[in-house]
Ligand binder design. Structure first.
Ligand SMILES: Nc1ncnc2c1ncn2[C@@H]1O[C@H](COP(=O)(O)OP(=O)(O)OP(=O)(O)O)[C@@H](O)[C@H]1O
Length: 242
């Protein structure tokens, strides 16, 4: 990866005028229309926006799963937009934990084995049981996904994402498939990891209630940043209602 101009000491991500255009036959879909923002170390950011506003596209670009049509993205002092596919693969493997709406656990492996799949290929992993403990699933370590509720499976997926001790955790609608109560337990696990491990965390959601947990809320609308707000008071997940 090429080195970029030095970012501020605590900047983890910096995007400059990022656009993404999908070509669908004759039609161009402008998913991102010039997005410039920074994400700082240890920060908990919620990316809020209606369906189709470009949240997943932006998160996928930050995570090295997709590349922008134009604009620049830095991770620390490395320019992701100047990286080739193998550099992006290494970047994802070493630095990024992903959590998606659907948990994608391997059904034939226990919770612990699902986490160990990742710890076996990581440079500096925490023990799988420690990761499961952080999401309060260590007592279910020997259970298979089919023996766990949706929220429990999501917590195992979070343990899997953070076991390699990534610098950033990117969550795409992590509570999208869950009821309110279960969603809150999952959000508590994400907030705890941000607090205790200092993992820079971005959660995308269309649920405005979740934004009360964040340090900052970045609202996207039609592929652009419509608003950035800093919460004076951060709420605990168990104080939220929706
Ligand atoms: N692979 C793709 N090919 C074509 N268009 C796409 C593709 N991915 C996303 N889009 C379009 O880009 C726009 C932004 O999509 P994106 O998934 O980033 O929005 P979102 O805010 O995450 O929406 P949701 O909350 O529904 O997931 C939408 O109009 C979408 O249809």
């Amino acid at each position: 990866m090429s080195a970029g101009p030095l970012a501020a000491a605590n900047t983890v991500f910096r995007t400059i005028d990022v656009t993404k255009v999908y070509q669908m036959g004759e039609v161009q879909v402008h998913a991102l229309r010039g997005v410039t923002f920074e994400l700082c170390e240890h920060e908990f950011v919620v990316l809020l926006g209606a369906s189709g506003s470009g949240k997943s596209t932006l998160l996928n670009i930050l995570g090295g799963l997709d590349i922008p049509t134009s604009g620049t993205v830095y991770y620390l002092d490395d320019e992701l937009t100047a990286s080739d596919e193998s550099e992006l693969t290494l970047y994802r493997r070493k630095h990024v934990g992903f959590v998606f709406q659907f948990y994608n656990l391997i059904p034939s492996l226990t919770a612990r084995e699902n986490v160990e799949l990742i710890t076996e290929i990581a440079d500096n992993p925490m023990p799988a049981l420690d990761a499961l403990h952080l999401v309060q699933m260590d007592e279910r370590a020997n259970h298979f996904p089919a023996q766990l509720s949706g929220g429990e499976q999501q917590r195992v997926a979070i343990a899997r994402a953070i076991a390699k001790q990534p610098k950033v955790l990117l969550c795409d609608e992590p509570t999208g498939a869950l009821d309110v109560h279960t969603g809150i337990v999952v959000l508590e696990a994400i907030a705890r990891i941000n607090r205790e491990l200092g993992t820079t965390t971005a959660v995308i959601t269309h649920n405005a209630a979740i934004s009360q947990m964040a340090d900052r809320v970045i609202s996207l609308s039609d592929g652009q940043i419509a608003r950035v707000e800093r919460n004076q008071v951060k709420r605990n997940a168990n104080e939220l209602q929706w």
